[in-house]
Ligand binder design. Structure first.
Ligand code: MLT
Length: 321
């Protein structure tokens, strides 16, 4: 009798699985943001989540799970049930640089997630407190070299974009600034505005409002061409630091083994968000780069994660020697 009941239960589970996937979502979805509120990951996540809530027909609720440069929240997502009700806004740090910075990372960016799609490309800006005694790249470089034992650089934890990109910068400048860790570059920016830290390398969407307000100083942007969102900001290339060329990206992931129909629904909902006029206008105003066509979708993201892990590994190895 007991065997029959177990067999019936198993058959029922199998029978309902496709229906579950077809009916997905039947309740709110949690999108983990692995940093504190107010940083670029949070800003981009909330923008796309609002639109995804409409197309999915269920609320996509942001949960900030900060710590360890975004790897705490990313680990939480990797270990969640692959049912589509827990997804993650990861990025170049958590799914590109982290393996090169953590010997015992609790997830593999390529195999422990179901890639859903790229959400935004995010240029990197060198920003300083308003009172920093330099206004351009040359002045910044000479001041940092002359005072690197006295100045502080903010970041969002080992493995974050702000940590990784400024690690590259200080290595290229041959200096060692005192690094101050935060739970995200949202809180770090508050201290930069307050003058408690000297500079940081952050994603443009996070700092652009304060740069425009003049409460912090943008020194240069690490792009080959100027950003249309801040056309007056010189690139590192044109202002004497051509070797500092780096940008980041934010992308949506789910735990591995997500059923195909749920993966397809999430990828479609994200893509629709990127085509939503309100979201598009806001992302562009924030200086983000919106992925187009072939850059979108699970396969493109899987390829990006692999290439980024392969790219950052050797860079970080040489920088940490
Ligand atoms: C954030 O959202 O706070 C940033 O992505 C942190 C970082 O990666 O530097």
């Amino acid at each position: 009798m007991k065997r029959m009941l177990i067999a019936a239960a198993a058959a029922l589970t199998l029978a309902t699985a496709p229906t579950k996937a077809q009916d997905y979502p039947t309740r709110p979805v949690t999108m983990i943001v692995p940093f504190a509120a107010g940083g670029p990951t949070d800003i981009i996540a909330r923008l796309v989540a609002e639109s995804m809530s409409k197309t999915l027909g269920q609320q996509v609720i942001i949960e900030n799970v900060a710590g360890a440069g975004g790897t705490t929240g990313s680990t939480r997502a990797a270990q969640a049930a692959p049912d589509g009700y827990t997804i993650l806004m990861g990025h170049m740090g958590t799914h590109g640089a982290a393996p090169g910075l953590y010997k015992n990372l609790k997830y593999n960016p390529s195999t422990d997630f179901t890639p859903i799609g790229l959400a935004a490309g995010t240029p990197i800006v060198i920003v300083t407190k308003k009172a920093f005694p330099a206004d351009d790249t040359k002045g910044f470089v000479s001041y940092v070299k002359a005072n690197n034992d006295k100045i502080t650089q903010a970041h969002a934890g080992v493995g974050s974009v702000s940590f990784t990109t400024c690690m590259l910068l200080t290595h290229q400048l041959g200096v060692k600034a005192t690094a101050v860790a935060y739970t995200g570059t949202g809180p770090a920016l508050n201290d930069l505005v307050g003058g408690q830290v000297d500079y940081m390398c952050d994603q443009l969407p996070s700092v652009i409002a304060q740069v425009r307000a003049g409460t912090v100083k943008a020194i240069s942007i690490a792009l080959p061409e100027r950003s249309p969102a801040l056309p007056n900001l010189a690139t590192t290339k044109e202002s004497g630091l051509p070797e500092f060329q780096v940008s980041a990206w934010n992308a949506v992931f789910a735990p591995k083994n997500l059923p195909e129909p749920i993966k397809a629904k999430l990828a479609d909902s994200l893509s629709k968000a990127l085509d939503d006029d309100k979201v598009k206008a806001r992302l562009l105003d924030l200086g983000a780069v919106i992925p187009q066509g072939k850059e979108r979708g699970p396969d493109a993201l899987a390829a990006l994660v692999k290439s980024e892990v392969d790219r950052w590994g050797p860079i970080l190895k040489s920088v940490q020697q």
